[in-house]
Design a protein around this ligand. Structure first.
Ligand SMILES: *[C@@H]1O[C@H](CO)[C@@H](O)[C@H](O)[C@H]1NC(C)=O
Ligand SMILES: *[C@@H]1O[C@H](CO)[C@@H](O)[C@H](O)[C@H]1NC(C)=O
Ligand SMILES: *[C@@H]1O[C@H](CO)[C@@H](O)[C@H](O)[C@H]1NC(C)=O
Ligand SMILES: *[C@@H]1O[C@H](CO)[C@@H](O)[C@H](O)[C@H]1NC(C)=O
Ligand SMILES: *[C@@H]1O[C@H](CO)[C@@H](O)[C@H](O)[C@H]1NC(C)=O
Ligand SMILES: *[C@@H]1O[C@H](CO)[C@@H](O)[C@H](O)[C@H]1NC(C)=O
Length: 461
């Protein structure tokens, strides 16, 4: 566990209530895998535009026993991709004698088509372009293999992704069933919920009892300080080293700090001290602040300034600064995917001031235009959580707030779904490195996934 956190610390990451690529936060990249680049079409939908950009991918052939064996394609999501994945995905490759590839998502890491991320340069950042990138990559890579081996085969390709990339994994299978044999969609957020109040409701369910009481009290006390006077407003922000945040962004930062340990299977790190403070009449705000300025800041690499408009407006490119992915992911939310984590109407954990209107203003401020997502278009295009594909396994963590944007029920014998039960089962938990302490249902789910994957891989289209 410490090793994994240390790894995350070294990399330094943005907040992931924005549904950050799970590997960026709690997985590990195989630093030994080989970094490669390809020329990718910038606009797959305009025949008059012949521009290309350089897209990064990684390759590891350790388990590939011969060139006709399967290929596992890890779909990287909303963060830089710095290697092929390890953990459970590596085991799947090993079990199937497969090659492991990882394709970086356009506009992240070293795969940014422009020299700045100004809003007009983000016009080619869409789900549809990203799916076409995956298809072009498969065709390109398959052709390279066939040239090398002098054959005309199609290997058995299988995609795996978690969170947003889990949605891509399912959508890819729906749109290009001839290019793969199946897909694992771990915590795949296929339903772009516009008013995503279920997120906060799930935090309440997961922390029910004294922890939820303490978190609600913290929100109320902070809201009171923000409104009391300019001096008290400044003082409470000062505690969190958040003096450059406006009130709305500060409220969102507090909400995220409360949600992330639940999302990432660490809820006791927040709940234990909060319950203790409640029972022993200690300062609730200071207790929350201590957690935010230690675990949330350091182990989850979430400084308050990440939530500010000034930071999210920075359009410089630094392939080594994962923090800049924050702007890019918010563009995806504001332009297509939403998942706006608004406060529910009754008994919210987060401030009731986190509303649709706040999101609308945030999108307009950061991108300096009237940008608001048409989620109905994505729902119409892919079918949301009733997606009608074949050979897709959907997994969810029973505690994960994102499960409410995913498939929670088996849709057919070719679209099984499983919600993983057990203590602290968070986002993309099945993709983590298996350990001896894993609860029985997590072990069983991974076994079921392995079984489906082996069967689907060996069944020609
Ligand atoms: C691939 O993965 C294996 C197992 O993690 C590792 O030992 C090896 O160094 C990696 N790199 C290459 C180039 O195969
Ligand atoms: C991309 O295309 C250009 C022009 O054809 C070529 O010079 C370059 O080597 C290509 N890069 C990659 C990574 O294939
Ligand atoms: C791309 O299109 C431009 C004009 O539209 C043309 O001048 C150029 O030669 C084309 N480049 C390639 C590589 O086809
Ligand atoms: C406080 O935040 C600023 C950026 O706003 C940062 O430069 C500074 O290092 C932070 N201080 C602490 C003590 O974390
Ligand atoms: C709780 O602490 C506050 C101040 O820190 C004090 O005013 C109050 O009396 C305490 N309540 C109890 C029950 O000890
Ligand atoms: C947080 O990170 C520090 C420094 O890397 C580490 O010592 C500590 O164990 C981590 N905390 C948890 C709960 O993992």
């Amino acid at each position: 566990m410490n090793q994994i956190f240390a790894f995350v610390l070294v990399l330094g990451f943005l907040s992931s209530t924005f549904c950050l690529d799970y590997i960026q936060r709690f997985g590990e990249f195989n630093k030994e895998s080989v970094e490669k680049f390809m020329n990718q079409t910038l606009d797959h939908f305009d025949p008059q535009n012949n521009k290309t950009f350089i897209q990064r991918y990684y390759i590891n052939d350790t388990y590939w026993t011969s060139s006709d064996k399967p290929i596992i394609l890890y779909i990287a999501g909303e963060a830089p991709c710095e290697g092929t994945p390890t953990g459970f995905i590596e085991k799947i490759a090993q079990d199937n004698n497969a090659l492991i590839l990882a394709l970086e998502h356009r506009y992240y890491g070293k795969s940014i088509p422009f020299t700045s991320t100004e809003t007009h340069n983000l016009q080619y950042l869409t789900v549809e372009q990203a799916l076409e990138d995956l298809a072009s990559f498969i065709v390109y890579f398959q052709n390279s293999i066939n040239e090398l081996t002098g054959t005309f085969v199609q290997n058995a390709w299988f995609t795996i992704g978690g969170s947003y990339a889990g949605a891509l994994s399912a959508w890819f299978r729906l749109k290009y069933p001839h290019l793969t044999r199946g897909s694992l969609s771990s915590s795949g957020v296929v339903n772009p919920v516009l008013n995503f109040i279920q997120f906060d409701e799930q935090i309440a369910t997961a922390t029910a009892g004294d922890c939820a009481t303490a978190l609600r009290l913290n929100t109320e006390l902070i809201d009171t300080e923000l409104e009391a006077s300019p001096e008290r407003n400044a003082a409470v922000k000062e505690k969190f080293n958040a003096t450059t945040l406006n009130d709305g962004d500060f409220r969102y930062y507090i909400a995220d700090a409360g949600a992330l340990p639940v999302q990432y299977s660490n809820k006791e790190i927040l709940c234990d001290p909060m319950i203790n403070a409640l029972k022993n009449n200690l300062s609730i705000i200071d207790t929350f602040k201590d957690y935010a300025m230690s675990f949330f800041l350091n182990n989850m690499s979430s400084p308050a300034y990440l939530y500010s408009n000034w930071f999210m407006k920075i359009t410089t490119i630094d392939p080594d600064s994962r923090l800049f992915a924050q702007r890019i992911w918010w563009y995806q939310k504001c332009s297509q995917l939403a998942y706006f984590q608004n406060a529910p109407p009754t008994n919210p954990i987060r401030s009731p001031k986190i509303t649709m209107e706040w999101h609308r203003e945030k999108c307009a401020d950061v991108f300096e235009m009237n940008l608001f997502p048409d989620t109905e278009a994505i729902i119409t295009e892919f079918g949301s959580n009733k997606i009608d594909a074949t050979n897709v396994f959907f997994s969810q963590g029973g505690q994960d707030p994102w499960q409410w944007a995913g498939v929670r029920e088996t849709l057919s014998s070719l679209e099984p779904a499983h919600i993983i039960q057990g203590n602290d089962m968070g986002h993309c938990i099945d993709l983590h490195q298996p350990t001896a302490n894993d609860p029985p249902d997590l072990v069983a789910t991974r076994a079921e996934e392995s079984q489906y994957i082996a069967t689907w891989i060996s069944t020609p289209n």
